[in-house]
Design a protein around this ligand. Structure first.
Ligand SMILES: NC(=O)c1ccc[n+]([C@@H]2O[C@H](COP(=O)([O-])OP(=O)(O)OC[C@H]3O[C@@H](n4cnc5c(N)ncnc54)[C@H](OP(=O)(O)O)[C@@H]3O)[C@@H](O)[C@H]2O)c1
Length: 428
């Protein structure tokens, strides 16, 4: 008879408990699909006495996750503690060194240490899987490493932080400002312990860095990402973008160009009729583009007990079935070190500025844009408030460098009040 797959789970929070429930509830179908049972042989968390809503009395307890990771009766170490370093990384390294496979949901650890961990795993003949680390329940890692493996991936685009999408969607729906909705998210428990991980775009940036590595065969490089959060988005931006037919999303975009690897996570405008424009609330969406498949749109729950446990289980089931893939879809030693490229791919931009009520003000702005090589697609002027009038401009495709040159020139005139808001429009 085939031996059971023996797993140890470190981290008994939202995801860890979700995985235990799933193993218990779906034991029969997991056995039918893999030909073996999945047995939990050990668990660990910070507090042994905490009520976790289910009985854990049948499992061996270890105070130290590193000790758990190296137990003789463990085949797979499941790391669900979180944190880029500390016990998560120490236990993952110890597990790999002790000849265990590892499954984790830890995007921060993979975004910052993915390359050495992948090399360690592959040198030891172990697998390191992380479906739950990107977009929760959406099987996007599998889609890239398996379903689309025959394609050259041309672009990865996604909304991958549900909290940010919830705030932006609610700003539009309720007319409440960013700070009010930030507080609401804090009360609902939607924010990470360090909220900047969410609203600063860091959590979503970690996920994009991982996908970029798989998509482009490059070493994961989070430090090279252009990163901007949603904190400066105002109700005015949201209303006026809507007026021009767009929604504002915290959007991740990764693409490999002749100049290098572009990775950016920043607020962007997307057409309100596009799939991303219609994505409301805490849902995630990832759009993958391949040279033969065309565009694939994946949508689903990006977080939560059930969806994240579902992704963790898919990795455990792969290992139970004997599927052993390279960490990032090709041997870690063959991943290239891409030159980081700023966002040089031309795109239309949205500019919102306040023009002083002076004769020829609009003509001056148009002339500066023209001098900087930026041509105007659409323009809208609103009523004056006091001495200034809000003006929205949507440009034709242009580069960030040309936009920056125009912004610098605006600052030297006496017709533009304050710094214009500039958002890239991502075409999909
Ligand atoms: N929650 C989601 O929806 C979601 C989605 C995708 C990915 N993830 C990722 O999944 C992982 C777990 O997330 P979570 O939401 O389940 O976290 P969580 O609810 O905060 O649970 C974390 C667990 O880890 C344990 N832990 C923390 N530090 C520890 C340490 N030093 N030693 C031993 N145990 C320790 C905690 O113990 P105590 O309970 O005793 O404090 C707790 O049981 C993270 O990497 C997260 O980024 C989560």
């Amino acid at each position: 008879m085939t031996q059971p797959l023996r797993i140890a789970i470190a981290g008994l929070g939202t995801v860890g408990i979700g995985v235990i429930k799933m193993i218990r509830q779906n034991a029969a179908l997991i056995e039918a699909r893999t030909g073996r049972t999945v047995e939990i042989t050990g668990i660990s968390a910070r507090s042994r006495d905490k009520d976790r809503g289910i009985s854990l009395s049948g499992y061996n307890w270890e105070d130290n996750p590193v000790t758990l990771a190296t137990r003789d009766d463990v085949d797979v170490f499941v790391e669900l503690m979180g944190g880029s370093d500390g016990p998560a990384k120490a236990a993952t390294e110890a597990a790999l060194a002790a000849g265990k496979d590892v499954v984790t949901a830890n995007k921060a650890m993979l975004a910052l240490h993915g390359q050495p961990l992948a090399e360690q795993a592959e040198a030891a003949g172990q697998v390191l899987r992380f479906e739950a680390a990107v977009a929760g329940g959406i099987p996007v890692v599998k889609a890239l490493t398996e379903g689309l493996a025959g394609n050259e991936i041309t672009r990865v685009v996604g909304v991958m932080n549900g909290t940010c999408n919830y705030i932006l969607t609610r700003m539009e729906a309720t007319g409440q400002g960013y700070n009010v909705l930030f507080d609401e998210c804090a009360q609902l428990g939607y924010l990470e312990a360090d909220p900047n991980l969410d609203v600063g775009g860091i959590d979503a940036g970690h996920k994009l860095a991982i996908l970029a590595s798989i998509a482009f065969g490059t070493q994961v490089d989070f430090d090279a990402m252009e990163l901007e959060g949603i904190q400066r988005i105002t109700l005015e931006d949201i209303a006026q973008a809507a007026d021009m037919g767009y929604k504002i999303k915290l959007l991740g975009v990764a693409q490999l160009t002749g100049r290098g690897l572009e990775q950016r996570m920043s607020p962007c405008l997307v057409p309100n009729t596009s799939p991303l424009g219609q994505l409301d609330g805490g849902t995630n969406m990832v759009v993958l583009e391949g040279n033969h498949v065309g565009q694939i749109v994946l949508r689903g729950a990006g977080a939560g007990e059930g969806p994240t446990a579902s992704a963790v289980m898919s990795d455990i089931i792969d290992i139970a079935r004997g599927t052993r893939l390279s960490t990032f879809g090709q041997p870690a030693t063959s991943l290239t070190s891409a030159t980081p490229a700023r966002a040089v791919t031309p795109a239309p931009y949205y500019l919102r500025m306040k023009l002083m009520d002076k004769p020829g003000a609009l003509a001056k702005v148009a002339a500066i844009l023209g001098d900087c090589g930026v041509s105007i697609d659409r323009m809208r002027q609103y009523d004056h408030d006091d001495e200034a009038a809000p003006v929205l401009i949507v440009t034709h495709k242009t580069t960030r460098a040309d936009i920056d040159a125009a912004l610098a020139a605006f600052a030297t005139t006496d017709v533009v009040h304050g710094a214009p808001v500039t958002l890239r429009i991502e075409e999909l």
